[in-house]
Design a protein around this ligand. Structure first.
Ligand SMILES: [Fe+2]
Ligand SMILES: [Fe+2]
Length: 468
């Protein structure tokens, strides 16, 4: 473990001079990007952050006050397994790849670049949120997510520079050049070009969009390309916190809304400065549908090639499946044919994006159950739900068609008429934005959200998580 190197790492960086030079050259560019595009207005503040310092089971992180630009972004991989094997596909059981298999070089680079691009993108999307934090606890969580997305970028850049030579170095530079939402040099995936400018967006984003990350990383953590698998396994440890922030953040918003509904004779939450359930539902519809797009097309020859090559597996490939070759079998899904929804059977390997998406939906439903429990606990009868997976899609079989929340095919006109009931309107966004007033006194919380059930790492909610 080289913790006190300029770039903390457990990959023996000091013994690989070429890679070390490449990363040290990239480091000042990364810091320049962080200063330009990282959280605005808080760079000089002390934030009580966790920093990854080890990958061992007894405590992989430690907590202390850090100024974000001094955060120790490092490169940490899960330890190598002796005799690691390719765990699925046509080369099932062969020794794991320690180098990039030549024929898949471009495709693998694309996967790593696409994953890597999401990391700085989300930091850019969230850079103004600090100014309107509902509490110091939430402010700290925002910054924790931001610095870890920065570290995830490092993780992907390590792979690019370590395994893809000159092309990899060029891609590493380009990751710092694209900008979320910029029409001339946008981020690669659309969910990462959407504004995330209020805290309801932030919680929905970390709930739904970071959760896509969990499933992509889980599929790559199965990879037969061992450096990628080991990198992603460690990223998943950090990712769990991001989803926690979103999931519990939404629970707290829903709980507060329910409390305010009971306080007003007409259940009019607006009159009391809360966020109405119908607006929360629209934000769910928006971020869930954009996040579904991140899994790619329902029927995909890329997914089949990647599985065949042993590069991208299924969710919990080793635990959940016995047939790791999956050369036979099929999967039936609904597709649009001649203006109607029809079932189509496709070879299993071509349906792996859709299968991964299905795992993701199951995981999202658990969040919905928690939010609905919060409503039930407060004695409110209304419930939140996930829209059908066909609703409001921009990628895959359903893109270019229109569906209602139940997944029924409808006309473009009908969609246009209903859109304002289903997705956040300008007025909804303006109303939510009007509630976003910063609360920065330790122990205080904004009116539209309930305090968390507990603080962080044994500290109370009142703890001064950020010294302003
Ligand atoms: Fe990430
Ligand atoms: Fe994340």
């Amino acid at each position: 473990m080289n913790l006190y190197d300029r770039i903390p790492n457990n990959v023996n960086l000091s013994e690989d001079k070429r890679l070390q030079r490449a990363l040290e050259k990239w480091l000042p560019n990364f810091l320049a990007w962080w200063h330009d595009m990282g959280p605005e207005g808080f760079q000089e503040k002390d934030v009580w952050l966790r920093t990854a310092v080890d990958v061992g089971s007894e405590g992989w992180a430690h907590f202390e006050y850090v100024k974000m630009p001094e955060y120790r972004w490092g490169i940490f991989l899960e330890p190598a397994q002796p005799n690691a094997k390719v765990g699925f596909g046509d080369n099932y059981g062969a020794p794991a790849y320690q180098e990039v298999p030549g024929e898949f070089r471009n495709a693998l680079r694309r996967i790593i670049v696409t994953q890597g691009d999401t990391e700085p993108a989300s930091v850019e999307q969230q850079r103004q949120l600090g100014h309107t934090c509902p509490s110091l606890y939430d402010l700290r969580n925002l910054f924790q997510v931001n610095v870890e997305e920065g570290r995830h970028l490092w993780a992907m850049v390590y792979l690019l520079q370590g395994y893809f030579g000159r092309d990899g170095r060029d891609e590493a530079d380009a990751l710092l050049e694209r900008r979320s939402g910029n029409p001339d040099k946008p981020r690669i995936l659309e969910a990462f070009n959407q504004p995330c400018d209020d805290w309801l967006n932030f919680y929905a984003f970390t709930m739904f969009t970071d959760r896509d990350g969990k499933f992509q990383l889980s599929a790559l953590a199965e990879s037969g390309f061992e450096p990628l698998a080991r990198t992603c396994k460690f990223m998943l440890t950090e990712e769990a916190h991001h989803m926690f922030v979103g999931d519990t953040g939404l629970t707290r918003v829903v709980k507060r809304t329910a409390q305010l509904m009971k306080q007003n004779p007409n259940e009019d939450v607006r009159a009391l400065g809360g966020i109405p359930l119908d607006i929360i539902q629209k934000y769910i519809n928006f971020w869930f549908s954009y996040s579904l797009d991140l899994f790619g097309g329902e029927i995909s020859s890329n997914s089949a090639d990647f599985f065949a090559a042993g590069l991208k597996g299924r969710f919990k490939e080793q635990e959940q499946y016995t047939d790791h070759v999956a050369a036979e079998g099929s999967f039936t899904m609904m597709v649009v044919e001649d203006g109607k929804l029809e079932p189509r059977e496709v070879p299993l390997r071509n349906a792996l994006n859709e299968i991964l998406r299905g795992e993701y939906v199951k995981d999202c439903e658990k969040g919905l159950a928690r939010w609905n429990k919060a409503l039930a606990d407060e004695g409110i009868n209304q419930r939140l739900y996930l829209p059908n997976v066909r609703f409001h899609r921009h990628v895959g079989e359903y893109a270019g068609h229109y569906f209602d929340l139940e997944g029924n095919l409808i006309s473009k006109e009908e969609f246009g008429q209903k859109k304002n009931e289903w997705l956040p309107t300008m007025e909804d966004r303006e109303y939510v934005a009007s509630l976003m007033k910063p609360v920065t006194e330790p122990g205080k919380i904004a009116n539209w959200i309930a305090p968390p059930a507990a603080g962080i790492k044994g500290k109370p909610f009142e703890f001064e998580y950020v010294r302003l």
